[in-house]
Design a protein around this ligand. Structure first.
Ligand SMILES: Cc1ncc(COP(=O)(O)O)c(C=O)c1O
Length: 351
């Protein structure tokens, strides 16, 4: 469809090794907990994150929703988050529909990540009428809508102290926590230690075709398992997918620095072709946002021209978004940059 697909890091195709492992996967019925490949993936995820237990689920959205619903103590209670957080802005309000959750939000500005100061404000018990209750603080890392920014570990530690003082648990939407850990030069377990529950996606930068993993205490995962049934996600011979997930979990993190380097090169190239549309210094991981409006070009027009030239990108909040991943090589990057160059040259010729 596209010669290079930069729409998301979810578009990756399973590698040959994954396809072989999937074909040969030992399976069982995961509803009963007897799929050995799923069990191996869950054990490995718990080991890598340093949590007691883990649960393999179909999507990141389901993983977040299971965790949010688990932490909620009453319908109509609040979850504190940033307004751009995936759980608060992108999951089609499934948290309201499924669990009766409202969000209390505060905007951290361009970095996109929750700060200890914001957490203190959001968790403050300052409602004089005593009707507002905040049950959970939800943080995201990397922050997708802010361009894959990385919350420093120190900030999460400070957030943890604030949450502890307020008696609130912390959930981490770590859809891309491996990207964050690689960029920050720390272990995923360092981030995981500071939160009560986390989820991460094997289906994004790690390169598996399907699946996300909820991690927490043994007791939380027992409850998460029950809620996975509630949300329609209790699957059967999921070992076929978990086999690819295992490879993604072992091999994926080793090459994320390449995606980050390519995103940096893409951003630098875009800045040269469309000066003023991006600050290349703001690209910390694998997500590149280009503000084409800022340089007088309609993002939808740019997307159409890119698509015509075989380059996939998406429209997000008025900008053109491009992500690097395992299926984007240097040649693909060159193609994307030359498409942008020809677009600019074409506009000049026409004009
Ligand atoms: C930060 C973040 N959280 C959660 C999700 C949801 O993951 P899924 O698409 O697997 O439901 C996404 C998806 O892109 C995401 O970017």
């Amino acid at each position: 469809m596209y010669r290079v697909d930069l729409r998301s890091d979810t578009v990756t195709k399973p590698s040959e090794a994954m396809r072989r492992a999937m074909a040969a996967a030992e399976v069982g019925d995961d509803w009963f907990g007897d799929d050995p490949t799923v069990n191996r993936l869950q054990e490995r995820a718990a080991e890598v994150t340093g949590k007691e237990a883990a649960l393999y689920v179909p999507t990141g959205t389901m993983a977040n929703q299971i965790c949010l619903s688990m932490h909620l103590r009453g319908v109509g209670h609040f979850v504190a988050a940033t307004p751009g957080a995936h759980v608060a802005s992108t999951e089609v309000m499934s948290s309201a529909a499924l669990s009766g959750i409202s969000f209390r939000t505060a905007d951290p500005g361009p970095s996109g990540w929750m700060t200890a100061d914001l957490a203190r404000r959001l968790l403050a018990d300052d409602d004089p009428y005593e009707v507002e209750v905040v049950d959970l603080l939800c943080v995201e890392n990397t922050v997708g809508h802010a361009g894959g920014t990385v919350m420093p570990l120190e900030e999460l530690r400070a957030i943890r102290r604030v949450a502890d003082a307020a008696g609130a648990p912390v959930h981490l939407d770590g859809a891309r926590i491996f990207n964050a850990a690689v960029a920050a030069g720390v272990e995923v377990a360092d981030y995981a230690r500071e939160v009560d529950t986390l989820m991460f996606c094997v289906s994004k930068g790690l390169g598996a075709p399907i699946g996300s993993i909820v991690c927490g205490s043994r007791e939380q995962i027992r409850e998460a398992r029950r809620r996975r049934i509630l949300f329609g996600g209790a699957w059967r011979q999921a070992g076929i997918l978990a086999a690819a997930g295992l490879i993604a979990l072992e091999e994926g993190p080793k090459r994320l620095h390449e995606d980050h380097a390519r995103a940096g090169r893409l951003a630098a190239g875009v800045a040269e072709i469309l000066p003023g549309s991006i600050d290349p210094g703001s690209v910390e991981t694998n997500i590149v946002y280009v503000d084409t409006e800022a340089v007088g070009r309609s993002p939808l027009e740019v997307l159409r021209r890119l698509a015509d030239l075989g380059v996939g990108a998406t429209y997000v909040e008025g900008k053109v978004r491009m992500l690097t991943h395992v299926d984007v090589d240097d040649e693909g990057l060159d193609l994307a940059l030359s498409a942008l160059r020809s677009l600019v040259a074409g506009a000049t010729d026409e004009g």
